[in-house]
Design a protein around this ligand. Structure first.
Ligand code: TPP
Ligand code: MG
Length: 1035
């Protein structure tokens, strides 16, 4: 709140004109902002006649007076002079002198003062008018005519805001009088009918005056109605930034601002023709095929094209889009410009697929296209990201890909690359991922510098009415959390839509913040073309049947305006119909379907021209001693001057330094070695997830914090080599779905980056299940698109209770595509098997193997997702260390680590082979030693679970001819690896022997919450593992 006296006191002893100069230096020229002068300390009521709500108005008067003392009424002039001269509260105000010629500056405002001998009334009336203006700005959208059908309320509320004087029939006097009376009686404004023709000074927070600074009340209301209550509803007053609010007001309030040239109108008509006729063409040819047509929102195509044109004009040359089913084929055809024959042949059920993989339905496929934007004559690349049915799941993926493309072209402000996200109304309101994605929008390592969101708000979700689908007034309210302006627009007014889209694109390029365009429309057919909407929405659909298509309405309008004539319009239609017919004829020549042609993210140069890997080998993932030592030294030092780190961290770094001297690594150091070496080779590394910078278990410390200087940090990994690739390590928001989707999208953009997402604990990945199930696991099979994302999932039964224990290996393993019953016939298991799998699942027992598997991920000639169950207690386990020798040139990732002790020396004598994976290995070796059974029991570690190392395990099994085979795991029997491993182990031995189980009983929860039970269970499984009679009676 402004306290005028405080301001005045601060400004004293300057004169008004001196003050103007001083202030104008501090204030941005335009739009005006008052922030610098706001004084928040003292109560506003110092002047008895000022109320809290009047402060803005007085503040503006005050500025006007500072700039020109004659621009305000004499009474205000005296008041400000007195206040400035230090008058005590209550004494600055004097009754006004009789009116003089000083009012000539407001010549049109004769009636203003003459009719107001009472200054109190004058102030009150001005305050009332200002409140009224503000009411329109805040709530005008509730009155706007947004529903093209004219029967629904876009904000789900049929009542009129209490503080807006309006009538749908444009100031019909009778209605207006009644409304005014109600408001007056209600004590709202204190205005009455006689005030309608009085002239009021306009505050600087409105642009309705155009070049005029005062208007009669009747005109003020009319202009406010024009700006806020027609076919556009602007929601923006929650934005906490005056400059941004002024920007929006100016865009919507300035009289006559929404003008279109005839040329622009014709372009708009032509785009509507394409959009409408495309759907009609599909309907004619394939009337019984599902296509989720756009009918009822055909304006989406000109809307998107406008956003793209305007953004291109502002310098954007790459637009990445994500969208659901509705109108997707139309967007592909008419926005991305996918060849029509490629779309049409997707309708041919007889065509065979040319590519490997299982493919996807036509309204999920993606696309990438580089072309010239005809409006701006600039190159533009458009990419539509392939997506699953799961609504909104592609949102974070699109954002991640956008961030990556910005990163690779050095676009740090989002000036060249941007994203557009499309949404359905029900999904936008209902799906939590929308909220999670919005929360990434302003985070330094995740921002894409503004996204334009477009909602196809057909006021229905399948069969569900909005009133049953959301609790917020609009489906777009979720965007308010990030202060994004929301432009609701009646989709049957194409010019209003195009105007709003232009403003949205300009907003994005001006402020680099998100913005929402809400296309309030209808759905002409059922949810899909086969669906009967009258079952559930009979009245709505009766109205829809009567609704003239928007193309027809707009064509009639332009014809009536003389912008086009009927033959021209018909010719435009005939031209596009012909294009469709010709493409259809060509599509019949297609013999085969290529999903490759629908790739949303090509990786130029990574594959051969026909899309194959350049080799089928993987070089050694080892590293020379010098590099290992160098990375180790940087990892154990602070590479910048005058930087004070925490004492505890000094000790950690010292221990690291000693390990390096001893040529050993622990988990954290192995990770350092892998990352550091890849950075040297120009591979960008991005590690993201909750608290990854330090590491949940405080083992990583990739970001050092100066203990004396706030926010001063250092990332030693970025000080390794002179021309290294950059390392990004970023603590994420507390979202798994959003952040994993984002990183998947980031990894999609380039094969030459190692992108890792770490779950805080492995089990938390389940809130991102959709990204795993819909994208990571089947992505390549559905969309011939490879992705090398790495998931680091802390896993292990350590007595921490049912949560925090299991990363749910059983789920990842169940989704592996290798056949449990078939021993693969391959020459080269190492690489071939990896090429054929859908993802790689590993659980490393040594730091060196962790190092190798991370490096292998990049040195492979293709990309596959990699799931790593990572340790917790092993991070500090004294035995979980590796020597440099295991990481030198010539070494590589070990899919299986065979026993190398006494059992392996004398394999014929071995009575049992325990197969295991991960941390339980250390429990087993300790127990075996304690029981003195090292010659009796061999322990074989399966490090790569999937694809299953059939070849190596066959060798292991054959090596111990007399031994029983036992799978041992610390997880419960219905969880972990057992169900996956058992049939595959049986296949490796040709089912010659049983495969026994040593582990916890089946259970509903992943682990007990009782520590004692945990230890008892552990002991029991170790007893079974080493009791050589355990399975005797079961044979
Ligand atoms: C996560 C998810 N849940 C449920 C569905 C099933 N579904 C498909 S479309 C649809 C209605 C979507 O309504 P809306 O978002 O308004 O889009 P519209 O179809 O109206 O364009 C539903 C529930 C889905 N695809 N994804
Ligand atoms: Mg809908």
């Amino acid at each position: 709140m402004l306290n005028l006296r405080t301001c005045a006191a601060k400004l004293r002893p300057l004169t008004a004109s001196q003050t103007v100069k001083t202030i104008s230096q501090h204030r941005p020229a335009a739009p005006r902002t008052f922030q610098q002068l706001r004084c928040y300390s003292a109560p506003v009521a110092a002047e008895p006649f000022l109320s809290g709500t009047s402060s803005n108005y007085v503040e503006e008067m005050y500025y006007a007076w500072l700039e020109n003392p004659k621009s305000v009424h004499k009474s205000w002039d005296i008041f400000f002079r007195n206040a400035n001269a230090g008058a005590a509260p209550g004494t600055a105000y004097q009754s006004p002198p009789p009116l003089t010629t000083s009012l000539s500056t407001l010549s049109q405002a004769q009636s203003l003062v003459q009719a107001q001998p009472n200054v109190d009334k004058l102030v009150e009336d001005h305050l009332a008018v200002q409140s009224l203006i503000r009411a329109y700005q805040i709530r005008g959208h509730h009155v706007a005519q947004l529903d093209p059908l004219g029967i629904l309320d876009a904000d789900l509320d049929s009542s009129l805001p209490a503080d807006i004087i309006t009538s749908t029939d444009k100031l019909d006097l009778a209605v207006f009088k009644e409304r005014l009376r109600v408001l007056t009686v209600g004590g709202f404004y204190g205005l009455d009918e006689s005030d309608l023709d009085k002239v009021f000074h306009l505050p600087t927070t409105t642009f309705i005056g155009g070049n005029e600074s005062a208007l009669p009340l009747r005109e003020i209301i009319r202009r406010l109605e024009m700006a806020y209550c027609q076919h556009i509803g602007v929601e923006f007053m929650f934005i906490n930034d005056l400059e941004q609010c002024q920007w929006i007001r100016q865009k919507f309030e300035t009289p006559g601002i929404m003008q279109f040239t005839n040329e622009e109108k014709r372009t708009l008509l032509a785009r509507l023709v394409r959009s409408t006729r495309f759907e009609e063409f599909l309907h004619r040819k394939w009337s019984s095929e599902k296509r989720f047509g756009l009918e009822g929102c055909e304006v989406l195509i000109p809307a998107l094209k406008t956003i793209i044109d305007k953004s291109s004009e502002r310098g954007v040359d790459y637009v990445i889009m994500g969208m659901p089913h509705r109108g997707r084929l139309n967007v592909l055809a008419n926005v991305i410009r996918k060849e029509l024959e490629q779309i049409f042949c997707q309708f041919d059920s007889k065509l065979e697929a040319a590519d490997e993989g299982s493919g996807d339905v036509k309204y999920h496929l993606g696309m990438y296209h580089r072309r010239i934007n005809r409006v701006t004559d600039r190159n533009i690349t458009l990419s539509l990201v392939a997506n699953p049915s799961h609504l909104e799941a592609a949102d974070p993926v699109v954002q991640g890909k956008t961030k990556a493309e910005q990163f690779y072209c050095g676009d740090t402000e989002g000036k060249k690359v941007m994203s557009i996200l499309l949404h359905g109304d029900a999904a936008f309101a209902g799906q939590g991922i929308v909220y999670e994605t919005f929360h990434l929008s302003d985070l330094p390592s995740y921002t894409t510098h503004g996204t334009v969101h477009v909602v196809v708000n057909n006021q229905i979700g399948f069969t569900t009415d909005p009133r049953m689908a959301r609790s917020s007034p609009y489906p777009t309210d979720v965007a308010r959390v990030v202060n994004a302006p929301i432009f609701h627009v009646n989709a049957d007014d194409p010019e209003a839509v195009v105007y709003v889209c232009n403003v949205a694109a300009e907003w994005r390029s001006t402020f680099h913040k998100d913005v929402v365009v809400d296309l309030v429309c209808y759905r002409r057919n059922g949810h899909n073309e086969m669906d009967e909407p009258m079952f559930t929405q009979p009245l709505m659909y009766k109205q829809i049947r009567k609704q003239k298509p928007v193309l027809q309405k707009y064509a009639e309008l332009l014809i009536s305006q003389g912008v086009v004539n009927q033959p021209e319009y018909e010719e435009e239609i005939a031209k596009y119909d012909k294009i469709c017919e010709e493409a259809h004829a060509r599509s019949k020549d297609e013999k085969i379907l290529h999903i490759k042609h629908w790739l949303d993210s090509p990786w130029p140069g990574f594959f051969t021209l026909d899309g194959q890997p350049r080799s089928m080998t993987c070089p050694s993932t080892g590293l020379n001693e010098e590099d290992l030592t160098h990375i180790g030294q940087v990892a154990s030092s602070v590479p910048v001057e005058d930087f004070t780190i925490h004492g505890g961290l000094s000790r950690i770094l010292k221990t690291r330094g000693e390990m390096v001297k001893n040529r050993t690594v622990d988990w954290a150091l192995a990770e350092y070695m892998a990352f550091g070496s890849l950075l040297k080779e120009g591979i960008h590394i991005r590690l993201s997830g909750q608290d990854v910078e330090r590491g949940t278990f405080s083992h990583r410390h990739h970001v050092l914090h100066d203990q004396n200087v706030d926010k001063r940090t250092c990332i030693p990994m970025n000080h390794l080599w002179p021309n290294q690739a950059p390392y990004t390590v970023c603590n994420s928001s507390l979202s798994e779905y959003g952040v994993l989707g984002f990183e998947l999208g980031f990894a999609m953009a380039s094969p030459n980056a190692l992108v890792l997402w770490e779950a805080q604990f492995g089990d938390f990945h389940n809130t991102a299940q959709c990204i795993i199930d819909q994208f990571i696991c089947p992505g390549q099979a559905k969309w011939v698109r490879q992705n090398g994302i790495v998931l680091l999932l802390p896993h292990g039964m350590e007595g921490m209770g049912p949560e925090h224990s299991s990363a749910r290996p059983e789920r990842f393993l169940q989704m592996c595509n290798d056949d449990p019953d078939v021993f693969p016939k391959l020459d080269d298991f190492d690489v071939r098997q990896l090429y054929e799998c859908n993802w790689i699942v590993v659980n490393c027992s040594t730091p060196a193997n962790f190092f190798h598997v991370l490096r292998r991920q990049i040195l492979l000639p293709f990309r596959k997702p990699l799931i790593i169950f990572t340790p917790k207690s092993l991070l500090r386990h004294p035995e979980a260390r590796s020597s440099f020798d295991e990481m030198l040139p010539g070494t590589h990732f070990l899919r299986v680590i065979p026993d190398s002790g006494p059992a392996a020396q004398n394999p014929e004598q071995v009575k049992r082979v325990l197969f295991c994976t991960g941390k339980v290995y250390y429990d087993l070796t300790r127990e075996r030693k304690a029981r003195n059974m090292e010659a009796d029991v061999a322990i074989t570690r399966v490090e790569q679970l999937s694809p299953f190392p059939f070849d190596l395990l066959q060798r292991e099994a054959q090596k111990y001819p007399a031994a029983e085979l036992v799978w041992c795991q610390e997880e419960h029997k219905n969880q972990g690896y057992y169900d996956y491993v058992k049939p595959r182990l049986r296949t490796t031995i040709n089912r010659a022997k049983p495969v026994w189980y040593a582990g916890r009983e089946p259970a509903a929860a992943p682990a007990t919450g009782n520590k004692k039970t945990h230890l008892t269970e552990l002991q029991r499984l170790l007893d079974t593992a080493f009791n050589l009679d355990a399975f005797k009676d079961m044979a």
